[in-house]
Write a protein that binds this ligand. Structure first.
Ligand SMILES: *Cc1c(COP(=O)(O)O)cnc(C)c1O
Length: 453
């Protein structure tokens, strides 16, 4: 077990894979029956086992099964599910007070989280940070700020993008089923550019970066009029869209295209941010410096917290009372976030994400070599994925096979998630607190699940 996992793994929680019942087991089935009669059908679970304990690299369910965690929620418990500094700080805050509403009475931890993000985020110049509760709220506020600061209304997003489930962010999200179907009409002034998706670029991956940048210019200059566009919003590695890593050069080209036209660049780092990809923020891989940067998932160590960090003159362009919310920047969540940054620093978790990549990526490539239906292997740091296709030179997505593989992983005690516009991506988001041994065991389970096909 790595030092990291020993130190920040769940205290007292045995770091093992153990499946002693069907999945889901009888106790979970009983709870699922209650769920079905009390909760809406539209609320599904990837792996419907009811969790009773979690930490390090495992989730324990109500039937005593212990799953290896390759999900971290959805990229949320990056520092682990019970990281000591997060638990200590949040618990101590609960003893002091639960809430004041920052709009009524401020507290220091909110300011400290903002100072920390201002110090660390790859945004140029003097910075400001606004705290919110969720990723969608962070993206939505970034758009509000961009519109107020530029006096322009147009927002450009990409194919395969995912930005959330509120009206504006749902409108910005690319995929119809299940995120948009039946929920229209959608927000106006949201425009979509092709995403540089190397595996599926019609002109081939060599031409992908350049042709996708040209398509963005065409959209901005000829179809919209650049002077009408407030911001281009991009995920530096797309999340729900299928862990699409744009080819080298594409993001810098987007940044340059925006800068030349007075259009703001908003990086949606809700999934990629906070040590997930082997850098603190995924923008750093190609040295791009967005005007506004949205974070959430990994920020609060499992507690709900989101943030918009950006150039001071942009955030300050919104007059007093224009930003905020009742629960935004909850003091328990702020303390948890300070605990997250302490864990990252104490255990060098940015480096740990790189180590995880160096263990997982070669194993995934080996699997791709054995199975032609593993069409692509990609990702960064502890955000890695395989794309499942028909195989034999046919890149047609195979969502049924993807679901079957994921189901076998669950049966055998490995939590995996799926993603992708075509539902054919298996994505891996282990907590950085996972031990090497569990990581490798999880990969063995995956290899077995693929071999059964
Ligand atoms: C999850 C996600 C969101 C939405 O975050 P919520 O907290 O679910 O509102 C936005 N953008 C990206 C890139 C995400 O992965």
């Amino acid at each position: 077990m790595s030092v990291v996992a020993e130190q920040i793994g769940g205290p007292g929680l045995e770091q093992v894979r153990r499946v002693r019942t069907e999945v889901p087991g009888p106790r979970s089935e009983e709870l699922l029956r209650r769920q079905r009669s009390a909760l809406p059908a539209g609320l599904g679970s990837s792996l419907p086992v009811f969790v009773t304990a979690a930490g390090g690299g495992v989730l324990v369910d109500a039937d005593g099964n212990s799953f290896i965690d390759f999900g971290s929620g959805i990229a949320v418990t990056t520092v682990g599910n019970s990281a000591p500094r997060v638990v200590e700080r949040a618990s101590a805050q609960l003893d002091r007070f639960t809430h004041t509403c920052f709009l009524v009475n401020p507290y220091e931890s909110y300011v400290e989280v903002c100072e920390t993000l201002n110090r660390l985020a790859p945004v140029p110049g003097e910075k400001r940070t606004l705290l919110v509760n969720t990723g969608a709220e962070a993206v939505e506020n970034a758009v509000k700020i961009a519109r107020a600061a530029t006096g322009r209304q147009g927002i450009v997003v990409f194919d395969h993008a995912y930005h959330g489930r509120t009206l504006l962010t749902m409108s910005m999200t690319a995929k119809n089923v299940p995120y948009k179907q039946g929920f229209g009409p959608f927000a106006a002034e949201v425009h979509r550019a092709p995403m540089a998706y190397p595996y599926r670029w019609p002109g081939g991956k060599e031409r992908c970066a350049e042709e996708a940048a040209d398509a963005l210019v065409e959209l901005l200059d000829r179809r919209l009029g650049a002077e009408n566009v407030a911001a281009v919003v991009c995920e530096p590695v797309q999340g729900e869209g299928g862990f699409i890593v744009p080819p080298a050069g594409f993001l810098p080209a987007v940044a340059e295209i925006c800068a030349a036209r007075g259009i703001l660049l908003i990086a949606d780092e809700v999934q990629t941010g906070i040590a997930r990809t082997g850098t603190l923020f995924a923008c750093e891989h190609e040295g791009i410096r967005p005007d506004l940067l949205a974070t959430a998932k990994g920020l609060g160590g499992g507690l709900p917290l989101g943030a918009v960090t950006g150039r001071a003159e942009l955030l300050d362009a919104v007059p007093a009372g224009g930003l905020g919310g009742t629960f935004s920047g909850n003091p328990v969540a702020c303390e948890a976030a300070l605990g997250v940054f302490e864990e990252i620093e104490r255990h060098d978790l940015v480096r740990r994400a790189g180590e995880i990549e160096r263990i997982v990526l070669p194993a995934l490539h080996a699997m791709a070599g054995r199975h032609e239906f593993v069409g692509d292997v990609r990702g960064r740091g502890a955000m890695l994925a395989v794309e499942i296709v028909r195989g034999g030179g046919d890149r047609t997505p195979d969502p049924a096979r993807t679901a079957a593989i994921s189901g076998r992983c669950h049966r055998d005690g490995l939590l995996t998630l799926t993603a992708g516009s075509y539902g054919n991506v298996l994505r891996f988001l282990p907590p950085l607190a996972i031990s090497d041994a569990l990581l490798k065991e999880g990969l063995d389970v995956l290899a077995g699940a693929l071999a059964e096909d």
